[in-house]
Design a protein around this ligand. Sequence first.
Ligand code: CMP
Length: 138
Amino acid sequence: MVERTLAIIKPDAVERRLAGRIIQRIEDSGFRIRAMRRVRLTRAEAEGFYAVHRERPFFASLTVFMSSGAAIVLVLEAADAIKKWRTLMGATDPAKADAGTLRKEFAQSIERNATHGSDAPETAAFEIGYFFAGIDLI
Ligand code: CMP
């Protein structure tokens, strides 16, 4: 089933000028980019995006990091896009990520892990709507 997922190229990867290489990998993997925007989140916007994690011990650090610099948000479309993007990213912790995944290659730590992806259809709907209006999805 063709579906959409939200991807973020996080501030660590943008700062290190890895965005181009990550976008190339997205296209080479067969995704269609339906929307893409460069953003600088405020702390409050990062807190809203990651609200499901607000009780986690890493929430404060994560939201400071996510609002520390520019990020790139994308809507990716493909068959089984949510799982396909998570597979391309690899495990959250780069130490546990498989060879050939984006996080194995580009992430610096479990927090500064280069990319984000939605984990379920409901999350994808919320996360896409957080950054894009329907009219932006081309
Ligand atoms: P992401 O896929 O964006 O979803 C939540 C983020 O929280 C995750 O990637 C990491 O950046 C961060 N995260 C998850 N677990 C930890 C942890 N144990 N310590 C610090 N950050 C974490």
